[in-house]
Ligand binder design. Structure first.
Ligand SMILES: Cc1cc2nc3c(=O)[nH]c(=O)nc-3n(C[C@H](O)[C@H](O)[C@H](O)COP(=O)(O)OP(=O)(O)OC[C@H]3O[C@@H](n4cnc5c(N)ncnc54)[C@H](O)[C@@H]3O)c2cc1C
Length: 399
């Protein structure tokens, strides 16, 4: 966010993380929003429970997705620079379209990185160009009905057969699970539960035995699909084993999870920042007892609290983005950013709803939708309890 925009919004956050290229890109994102993120569209996504493909293709065309795809495959080559993704998050969330921001994030932060970091040249050539344009949408499936936090408890098996693997099992809570064309899937390819017993395979739509289960009805993010997936004797060719060698899935996840957690921290900061803007505007225009509610001391103090929290959220997340660019964002730093940011976001949004009075509870208002969306930030990407455990292990040691 530029200083001018910050002051205009009243938060006066003087962030120095962006340069002219990011601000020029911000204009592109705003233009996209003007064209494609209308109230009508948002309602359409919420009713359908998913983002339509035409919007994702338009996002590919404008360069809003595919940011993390390497340039040689038609992307922007920004896998190690989160700032462009942060600009997308800021603007799309401020436009009240959290579901769209979520769909973009699954593509760029969760699915693409596994192929960009670990894919064989053939895998990259096969999928990444389409992922840059939006013709191929990806998802990441780790969680199972019986195993979420405890990934080593995963029971989806991949049994070696001639020319590939037979995959059996089920996944749940998979974001973009219905709309994705390819699913990067965490499977148990070996015996026991040591790290080398797990692999990642790409499961493609249309493979025999792969069924999308029901789309799950959620508290928030109504316009972004979350689905169950089931696999019965799905034949997955050797060529779809990420990296080409079995037994690396756990390590690959550990390598990419800090990025997923950074992305949630940034989304949380963006939502808190947006909430500040909406609430300031509302409080100035709403009158009670013959004066704008922004004149009440309580409202003024709450807005001062929120503005300060937003400043600190950005300072912390900007630092994390820099660490990430320098390849120094450790699992524990990412865990801190994720749990701390999402908890501040929750407090800010709760206060912001309160300052809107009854209208804050009505989902026609972006603040109500953002509040509902925010709840899952403390749950997915690793629960905040697991994040604290990761930090505790780093600062105290293992039990
Ligand atoms: C909307 C949504 C989208 C999602 N998207 C995806 C996706 O795209 N891909 C994917 O793979 N998953 C996804 N998930 C799954 C999500 O990551 C898991 O729900 C989450 O990791 C928690 O796992 P669980 O639900 O099995 O809870 P559990 O692991 O059963 O946890 C239940 C409770 O116990 C606590 N707990 C568990 N272990 C410990 C411990 N060691 N110490 C302290 N407390 C503990 C947890 O913190 C939690 O409070 C999504 C979930 C939702 C709701």
């Amino acid at each position: 966010m530029s200083v001018a925009r910050a002051i205009e919004k009243g938060s006066a956050v003087d962030r120095d993380i962006y340069d002219e290229d990011h601000e020029a890109f911000r204009d592109v994102v705003k233009e996209f929003i003007k064209r494609y993120v209308t109230n009508e569209k948002r309602e359409q996504w919420d009713t359908a429970g998913e983002i339509d493909r035409a919007t994702m293709l338009a996002a590919g065309e404008s360069g809003l997705i595919g940011l993390s795809v390497p340039e040689e495959f038609g992307g922007a080559g920004m896998l190690q620079d989160y700032r462009f993704r942060a600009v997308v998050n800021e603007e799309v969330i401020a436009a009240g379209a959290g579901s769209l921001a979520g769909a973009f994030g699954i593509q760029d932060d969760l699915a693409v990185p596994y192929l960009a970091h670990f894919g064989t040249p053939e895998q990259q050539q096969k999928w990444l160009p389409g992922m840059a344009t939006g013709e191929i949408l990806g998802a990441l499936a780790m969680t199972e009905p019986g195993a979420g936090s405890d990934l080593r408890g995963a029971k989806t098996t991949a049994k070696k057969v001639d020319g590939g693997y037979l995959v059996n099992g089920a996944k749940t809570f998979i974001s973009s699970g219905k709309t994705a064309d390819i699913i990067v899937t965490f499977v148990k390819s070996g015996e026991g539960n040591r790290a080398d017993a797990f692999s990642l395979v790409v499961i493609e739509n249309g493979m025999d035995g792969f069924e999308h289960g029901k789309k799950l009805n959620k508290m928030g993010f109504h316009g972004h699909d979350t689905a169950e997936l089931s696999f019965v004797d799905v034949f997955v060719p050797d060529g779809n084993l990420i990296g080409g060698e079995a037994g690396h899935g756990f390590v690959q996840l550990m390598r990419n999870l800090p990025l997923e957690r950074l992305s949630i921290g940034v989304a949380a900061a963006a939502a808190a920042d947006a909430a500040f803007g909406w609430t300031l505007e509302y409080a100035k225009s709403r009158e009670a007892f013959g004066q704008p509610v922004s004149d009440f001391q309580n409202t003024r103090f709450r807005l001062a609290d929120i503005a300060t929290t937003v400043d600190v959220l950005w300072a912390y997340n900007d630092r994390a983005m820099r660490l990430y660019s320098d390849n120094k964002l450790t699992p524990e730093e990412a865990a801190k950013v994720k749990f701390w940011s999402t908890e501040r976001e929750w407090e800010v949004l709760d206060q912001a709803v309160q300052l809107h009075g009854g209208y804050g509870y009505i989902t026609e208002y972006p603040i109500a939708r953002a509040f509902l969306d925010a709840r899952v930030h403390r749950i997915y990407g690793g629960t905040n309890e697991i994040m604290r455990e990761i930090v505790a292990r780093a600062v105290i040691g293992r039990k």
